[in-house]
Design a binder for this molecule. Structure first.
Ligand code: UD1
Length: 370
């Protein structure tokens, strides 16, 4: 069974790593290929993750780079189609919700090659988010839907997906976190940034809804200026956010440490030793849940409800009073008493690969689209 696995943007790398590693344990059953679309292309957004996660070099690099959504999605489709026509795989496996996920799923189904979507069924119910459109469209056309939490099944069933195509397998991002936690612990990032454990807050911001709107970003910077009076804030800046901060004249100063995007191992070390994390990322809500670090999510919705119902996540939007109140609660030591969501146990990739091998044994892939 030849499987083309797709990565494109930063959050894809930690999701695909355990899947590729597991597939490689079954050379008699699976021949995995790795295609990198090049949606993210900088060393610190891409190459560093291959090193940190010991990912094999991609078999194919499409090198699409930046562009508008239409340009980027279209470029990926044109280039990816050539690869599928040449390689004729039995299955395409896509992860997450980035433009590469949707573009490659769409090309694949049009060529009658079945698609497996890992991290299916998550919904923010906010169609202004490009990721929500990518999630809805990818799930609508995928043949096998691997989900990270039970709520995702509810969403998929409501959208008319058949129950026998949905597989609750756990969370591959957590497989990677658990596997690399010890390595991350030996990162020297704390001393490099002159930080002490539990003596700083970690901030990330890159969602268009927060950083592309100047007023919203100004409001968030005001809140940041309040927080840093009470605790040092470390802010690794995403490329999308960098130019916006430059325009607003935000620079490192007393209480605010700005860095470029960090590698995976350094970042998990920074997360695990932080007093709290403030973020608009999706994956970080999940990782902080496992690390049991309070996560203050600067969004009005989350597609990952288990991080709230079971984990350490709080949904605060961009409301100044709410955010400052929760930061103070954390500083006063108010505990979150969080637990670990079901099946976030480091075995998701094992389950996925086992299911794929079983499906290929029943000839499901060839029957699927004939
Ligand atoms: C993308 C994903 C988002 C994910 C995020 C993680 C989509 C729709 N969005 O958003 O879901 O959470 O990645 O990072 O797919 N840039 C660089 N160097 C890079 C990559 C990007 O400078 O290596 C620049 C781009 O040129 C562009 C901006 O950053 O100006 C945004 O990049 P883009 O990939 O369009 O979207 P992200 O905001 O990163």
């Amino acid at each position: 069974m030849k499987i083309v696995n797709v990565v494109g943007a930063r959050p894809n790398f930690m999701k695909i790593a355990p899947i590729i590693e597991e597939m490689r344990k079954f050379p008699g059953s699976i021949s995995p290929m790795l295609v990198h679309t090049g949606q993210h292309y900088d060393d610190n957004m891409s190459r560093q993750f291959f090193k940190d996660l010991e990912l094999p070099e991609p078999d194919v690099f499409l090198g699409v780079g930046p562009g508008t959504h239409a340009q980027q999605t279209a470029k990926i489709m044109v280039e990816f189609e050539k690869i599928l026509v040449r390689e004729k795989p039995d299955l395409t496996l896509v992860v997450g919700d980035v433009n590469s996920t949707l573009a490659c799923a769409l090309v694949s189904v049009k060529l009658n090659i079945p698609v497996a979507h890992v991290e299916a069924g998550l919904r923010s119910f906010d169609r202004a988010m490009p990721e929500e459109i990518n999630r809805l469209m990818t799930d609508a056309i995928s043949d096998y839907l691997f989900i990270t939490e039970k709520e995702a099944e509810v969403n998929l069933l409501k959208e008319g997906k058949p129950k026998d195509k949905i597989f609750f397998v756990g969370n591959v991002m957590i497989d990677t976190l658990l596997k690399n936690k010890a390595k991350g612990d030996s990162s020297g990032i704390l001393s490099e940034l002159h930080l002490a454990s539990k003596n700083y807050a970690l901030l990330t911001l890159h969602r268009p809804e927060n950083v592309d709107n100047e007023d919203k970003l100004k409001g968030l910077i005001d809140i940041l200026n309040e927080i840093k009076k009470r605790i040092t804030v470390v802010f690794p800046v995403h490329p999308r956010t960098k130019s916006k901060l430059d325009n607003l004249g935000v620079s490192a100063n007393n209480g605010l440490k700005l860095t470029g995007p960090l590698g995976y191992l350094d970042f998990i070390k920074l997360m695990s030793e932080a007093k709290c994390v403030l973020t608009d990322s999706g994956g970080i809500q999940e990782e902080t849940t496992i690390l049991r670090v309070p996560c203050l999510t600067l969004r009005k919705n989350t597609e990952r409800p288990a991080t709230i119902t079971q984990g350490s996540n709080m949904l605060l939007g961009t409301d100044r009073e709410k955010i400052l109140k929760e930061v103070m609660n954390v500083l006063k030591g108010k505990s979150t008493n969080s637990g670990i969501p079901e099946l976030w146990d480091g075995q998701a990739a094992v389950r996925i690969v086992r299911i794929l091998i079983e499906l290929s044994g029943t000839n499901a892939f060839s029957q699927e689209r004939c």
